[in-house]
Design a protein around this ligand. Structure first.
Ligand code: ZN
Length: 348
């Protein structure tokens, strides 16, 4: 009796593996496959929830330089995507968004995290700069996370996307690459603009979505993953403004990367720079790039703002918090703030 039952159980078990994949509609198997490729959000440690409407004073009063110091601290280990350091950095950022009262805009609507996977990579020094080479095998992929939070505007479905990548290069030959300018600087400006808007406490006309991408250093893997499986309709995005490596060089001298100048994001940031007395000029990418490219390829108006001198000490262990010029950082966040006012608050 028992052995017959076990035999039946075994048959049922086997059929669960073999039959459904062939007879289930493609839609169902597709959904299962995508779940397998993208691990469930439950894998990520949930954050302590704050009571609604309570914004932490401590988070509201942080400064951009404090963010840079926190993101380049030894325990962040250079924030390589898929590493323990990335996990610590993403927890820091999710905590900031949570304690500032942002609406989670990640997976399944209730989380700040958007989970994707990265390929195995190897590290190599080329011309004195550390770089990753991705090995695009489908196997052995590692989980990584983007973070997204929103401030909902009166016109909920009209979205202005503000972003910066938070990953960097990690540790190479026992040396930490802290990535203060690349790109704790951009991240800190995005946080600074969030805090400034919340301190002012005025609702925007359009919805602002703030995104922190990971695995940019591995070839914009995080932002590409978002384009492939967005957490809200991409058609809602009217402009995407990205900041990357904004804290060094001559004060007020910035560069812009965009597919074309005929684009709302590009035109707005250029205007915003002029309004705060800075210069931001369209510049050829010279074989480099940042996450705006993922959005531009999807037909979304997108731009990246960076310091014109961004390549100096880039991808070297000397890219430390001490390399950041506070006035340049302040100007970058002023430009971003002004652009947000023009785009989401209908300011001229
Ligand atoms: Zn970089």
């Amino acid at each position: 009796m028992n052995s017959r039952r076990n035999f039946l159980k075994m048959l049922l078990g086997l059929s669960a593996f073999y039959l459904p994949w062939t007879i289930w509609p493609e839609k169902v198997t597709g959904a299962i496959h995508s779940l397998i490729k993208r691990p469930p959000v439950a894998l990520i440690t949930p954050l302590p929830e704050l009571p609604k409407g309570v914004v932490s004073e401590e988070s509201l009063n942080r400064t951009a330089m404090e963010d840079i110091v926190a993101l380049t601290a030894p325990e962040m280990q250079g924030r390589q995507a898929g590493s323990v350091g990335e996990n610590k950095a993403s927890s820091y950022l999710a905590k900031q968004m949570s304690t500032l009262g942002l609406k989670p805009m990640g997976d399944q609507g209730g989380s700040f995290t958007h989970v994707f996977t990265i390929p195995p990579v190897s590290q190599k020094v080329v011309n004195g700069r550390l770089t990753f080479t991705a090995d695009y095998l489908e196997s052995l992929r590692t989980p990584s996370v983007n973070l997204l939070g929103g401030l909902i505007g009166k016109e909920q479905d009209q979205v202005i996307l503000i972003s910066a990548h938070y990953d960097h290069l990690g540790i190479y030959q026992n040396v930490v690459y802290p990535g203060a300018n690349d790109n704790a600087s951009g991240v800190s400006c995005v946080l600074e603009v969030m805090r400034r808007l919340l301190r002012e406490g005025k609702a925007s006309q359009k919805t602002l979505v703030f995104a922190f991408w990971s695995a940019e250093e591995m070839g914009f893997v995080g932002s590409k993953a978002f384009i492939k499986s967005p957490t809200f309709p991409l058609e809602h995005i009217q402009a995407m403004i990205n900041l990357d490596t904004v804290g060094n060089g001559m004060i007020g001298d910035f560069a812009l990367w965009a597919e074309s100048e005929d684009n709302l994001a590009y035109q707005t940031i250029k205007k915003a720079a002029a309004q705060v007395g800075a210069s931001a000029q369209h510049t050829p990418t010279g074989g480099h790039n940042s996450d705006q490219v993922s959005f531009a390829q999807a037909g979304i108006p997108a731009v990246t703002l960076m310091a014109r001198d961004w390549l100096n000490k880039n991808h070297t262990p000397e890219d430390t918090a001490g390399w950041i010029k506070p006035e340049q950082l302040q100007l970058a966040s002023d430009i971003l703030y002004q652009a947000v006012k023009i785009l989401a608050f209908d300011q001229k």
